[in-house]
Design a protein around this ligand. Sequence first.
Ligand SMILES: [Fe+2]
Length: 203
Amino acid sequence: MRKNYRQKHTSLTDRSIFRLKKSEGQFQRYHDGPALIHKLGHYGYVCKEFQTQLEFYTGNFNFVHSDILYLPQFPDRDVMTFMHLDLGEEYTDHHTLFLQCALPTARETYVHHTSFEVEDFDTQLMGHRYLAQKGWTSVWGVGRHILGSQIFDYWYDSSRFKIEHYADGDVVNQDNPTRRKAVGPLSVWGPELPKDFGDNKAT
Ligand SMILES: [Fe+2]
């Protein structure tokens, strides 16, 4: 049974679920509570001066593009970029910073969200349940991003600023070339994207 399942889903055999069975003879037991964050993963701006901001970060620091997105109807018009830190051969997160071009109607540049990494999917879902039980408001999640591959979960903080916690994101190094593609869906799976996801509601 297991063998047939693996043959049908060969992509899964490369994933840690089958390779890293670390707890032989031991049992996995978890305790309810908030998700333990171990680092600030990334944050990003929605920019009125997109090109200028881009030049500032890539011209003065070791930020390089992982993925650049353009509008499908205007292939020469970039509107979003996910940037990682160039650490040479050392692997680093797919994006530490992202920049998004603001709509012409936007009044100001604003931070879209900050994102914190947690240990794993179990930790994340227990954190999700903890926040829900406390009465905080979910923004979007849980789901799996396409660019960066993070399992995401977005919530409003007390000022209605969006924070994300995530697990299992991609890492890249100097051997990963920049990719360029049209804007498309943001998730592999998960709830439908809220229509106001791009808005700034922080007070
Ligand atoms: Fe994010």
